[in-house]
Design a protein around this ligand. Structure first.
Ligand SMILES: C[S@@+](CC[C@H](N)C(=O)[O-])C[C@H]1O[C@@H](n2cnc3c(N)ncnc32)[C@H](O)[C@@H]1O
Length: 248
């Protein structure tokens, strides 16, 4: 059966070729050692600079964001999206930050879970939300290792986070979000405009931030069996549109 043998040889060659290219890329980027450890399950890709959201950055986070038109647009769009969700569902906000959606979740009688790596951000959330904070189930922890069972949440919300992550970490975070979700997932991500110049393929250590066209993001979500159900534009900059995707 020469045809099948040829096909197998072609596939093997393609796989080996792809592997070689990835090894060279990692070697050039200085990430080969870590890539091997990650592959062996002995290490993780480093998450977003989790030390950034501490001290004054955490204390002033909300005050600064409240001056952004985009922040208010996001709140407005989310209010409508959350209104369309069933009442009383179990929701996870990751990363919780200052708990910006808690009022909206409460309006729908949702059972609220939140997780964030920064204790200082959660401290700010506590001050902002007062008693409402105590009614939420909040934990300190990392989005790439969520401390929840599979299919625990009817809704997972992930805002202003994926874009800040290296591609390889975003992959881990999305995989975790998929694992704990049994319903919709709402993410806010910067998307490369169709009119923007094409970039070389994104590398594992490179930030998602405005690098991926919508079709690439849709394919990326698809890798985790997340299908785009709705897309909303928030605002745009030169080469990037900030969008909300409702996935499930
Ligand atoms: C730009 S803020 C977004 C917060 C919130 N979702 C919002 O929309 O305002 C990024 C947040 O990610 C948190 N963070 C950074 N690395 C994290 C990680 N590995 N796991 C969970 N949270 C993380 C930071 O502490 C910070 O609260």
């Amino acid at each position: 059966m020469p045809l099948i043998e040829d096909d197998i040889r072609a596939l093997a060659n393609a796989a080996v070729g792809e592997l070689v290219v990835r090894i060279i890329e990692h070697w050039r980027n200085g990430t080969l050692g870590r890539a091997v450890l990650v592959k062996l399950g002995l290490a993780r890709w480093p998450a977003v600079d989790s030390d950034h959201y501490r001290g004054d950055v955490a204390r002033n986070y909300l005050t600064k964001r409240l001056k952004q038109e985009m922040w208010h647009k996001e709140q407005e769009l989310m209010s409508d999206l959350l209104d369309a969700q069933p009442d009383g569902i179990k929701v996870l906000d990751v990363p919780f930050g200052t708990g910006r959606f808690v009022g909206m979740f409460q309006k729908k009688g949702m059972i609220i879970f939140g997780i964030d790596i920064s204790e200082d951000m959660l401290e700010t959330a506590k001050e902002e939300l007062g008693e409402a904070y105590n009614e939420c189930h909040i934990e300190v922890g990392s989005a790439d290792a969520l401390p929840y069972d599979d299919s625990s949440f009817d809704l997972v919300v992930c805002f202003r986070f994926l874009g800040l992550l290296p591609y390889a970490v975003a992959r881990e975070v999305l995989s975790e979000i998929r694992r704990v979700s049994r319903g919709d997932v709402i993410v806010r991500v910067p998307v490369r405009k169709d009119s923007a110049p094409v970039l070389p393929p994104i590398q594992p250590h490179e930030l998602i931030q405005g690098q991926l066209f919508e079709r690439q993001l849709v394919a990326f979500f698809g890798e985790f069996n997340l299908t785009v159900r709705q897309t909303l534009s928030i605002s745009e900059r030169e080469e990037v549109v900030f969008k909300i995707f409702v996935l499930n």
